[in-house]
Design a protein around this ligand. Sequence first.
Ligand SMILES: [Zn+2]
Ligand SMILES: [Zn+2]
Length: 350
Amino acid sequence: MGSLVKTHKGAVLYGAQDLRIEDCITTTPEDHQVQIRVRATGICGTDMHYFQNGRNGIYVVKEPLILGHEAAGEISAVGKNVTEFKIGDRVLMEPQRPCEKCVVCRRGRYNLCDRMKFSGSASCYPVVQGSLQQFYNHAASFVYRLPDNVSFVEGALVEPLAVALHAVRRSGVETGQSVLILGAGAVGLLCAGAAKIAGASSVNIVDIDEGKLNFALGESRTDFAARIADETLAQPGFGLVDVVFECTGADTCMNIAIQCATKGGKVVMVGLGTPVQSLNIGLAGVHEVDLLGIWRYANTFPTAIELLRTGQIDLKPMITHTFDLEKAADSLKFTLSRPDNLVKCVITCK
Ligand SMILES: [Zn+2]
Ligand SMILES: [Zn+2]
């Protein structure tokens, strides 16, 4: 361990909407770690749940938590067993640290590891601090080089792109297939891009605003989903599709998705909605529609980086807002207000 002098700034969450910029202790990286001088951190739904409510689902912020798990920066120190990086390298990090020993890890599905540590998350105890700080230590095996033609801010968006690639891989989208995306947020847009690269011939996106999902008087959930699906499919160029990516997590959207899948099609559950829902399993059953679960990603970071390096995906148009670390609380409040023109907000450190 290094000295315990507080020598860098971090954005520390104490509870619901209580985010403070504080001095933090800069520690020397452990033998297998690198220290990253963080330059950019993307803000996503997980961070917003923690900020808004002081919790993300069942995970409550009980001790001060530094948010942030979508990060890029420069190597500022290396642990003594690390040979693949040197000070000054431009990098980005994969925020997962699985055990790398259990059966699921050895099967390559390490995203499902029981002993997962995830950056900027209260899901394990002690909490794993995140990247909304100037210096951050991370296992070198989950750090990747940032190509010269990719900025730090774009590098911060590799994480949501990794989510989209994992969803598209799980879906098995084939050349010429049709795709519908429910939800036009960052992950929805990235799923659309990744599905096109995978060969989908038609990709439609519908933006579903949870606030506008109004039931008619006396309408059941099933009838409601059928009506919204009918309205969606009736638009020019739309129709039943081979694969639906449900990216909203909004209640009833899974039923809309099932209604929009062709017979033998698939519904990919990208958005995490209400855990227990009433689903039209009858329709999914008789139409042989496969429902596929998605949990983060495994082995998709290298592909995501390659797509950026080769220009097959352009993340720049998605970065609609940037804020300095000192203004982290403002940026989270701004994101919480859901302005129409917001796709992705990134917090930068000079
Ligand atoms: Zn995220
Ligand atoms: Zn494991």
